[in-house]
Ligand binder design. Sequence first.
Ligand code: ZN
Ligand code: ZN
Length: 416
Amino acid sequence: MSSIAATAAVDPVKLDKLAQVAIQVGLQLQRGQDLVLTAPVAALPLARRIAEHAYKAGAGLVIPIFSDEEITLSRYRNAPDESFDRAAGWLYEGMAKAFSGNAARLAIAGDNPMLLAAEDPDKVSRANRANSIAYKPALEKITGFDINWNIVSYPSPSWAKQVFPGDPEDVAVGKLADAIFTASRVDLEDPVAAWRDHNAALKARHTWLNEHNFHALHFRGPGTDLTVGLADGHQWKGGASQSKNGITCNPNIPTEEVFTTPHALRVDGYVRSTKPLAHQGTLIENIEMRFEDGRAVEAKASRGEAVLNKVLDTDEGARRLGEVALVPHSSPISKSGLLFFNTLFDENAACHIAMGQCYADCFVGGKTLSPEQIAAQGGNRSLIHIDWMIGSAQIDIDGMHKDGARVPVMRKGEWA
Ligand code: ZN
Ligand code: ZN
């Protein structure tokens, strides 16, 4: 059957190294910690490798929770209407309780990014909303870094077919597997050492940016002349991060970005996207946005413009920025030249900005700031957080101090 051919297309040695990196670098799982593992059923081969590395690292319990695309679609096609306002709050309460007891969290990404593209958009948005509300108690412990957490990816056949539509399934899976392994640095002889070096390089970048404590960044390039004010007391981050339980984890594998919080009221000028944005089954291309006093007052796109503007009307904060991130054009993901339809990869291919919610952790002392304090310092608030790419080999970026002094940050897409 095709799923056996697809599994055979994934190099077992590199898959095992990816599991090792997830446990030893992504989580730094400690002896006695339980692990809550979520994954699509297609990712079972990786889930099993991860469980083995977790137990060898001393895990108390590894508890897998699987999702299945056919079962998800079955709900949309067969469930009664009232099903779409329901969510598994009881499951998420259990997860939150596990995190309060210091369990670690690992998610394997790999779902078909276009799975729900043909389903009733009203049902999709109701189900998303119900799920977001129910998931909040568990999600807050993750985004607040109460515990060590990590996301890695598996080349599921349905995802691979989106990225390589012209290839037979097993060929597509093999190609996506290689792209994931390269981006995750598990094609190297000693991936754990490679991640140590990569984390040190990212730390050097965000330390330099934090020392400069710029008032704003100025992006210039074709179709772009944008000044992004930075929030008061903003902090640049990237790579490894220490969670409140004292463990240093690498939440995203892969990761190439250093990122911080823009000021919600101080973004001005115009900007053009440099890569398509895949948003819930719609491709949005050639975005052009104009900002005044932090607000996107005009948004155009050559494709998907209606969807884009609907997203921007989600709430007041959806038209303002919650993140600005710097990624060199020479990053391995950028070099692959692929569109992954997955933010974990696509946002690491280019400099980007995100509409919507900011990260509390991107403020000095952010873990202890109240939402009101974050807002007062210029942090944005929204139900959405959508990254889109504005970097390329043609973009120059200056750091601007309050007195107008400029420092080159990037030239032609590379660190200056
Ligand atoms: Zn980002
Ligand atoms: Zn983001």
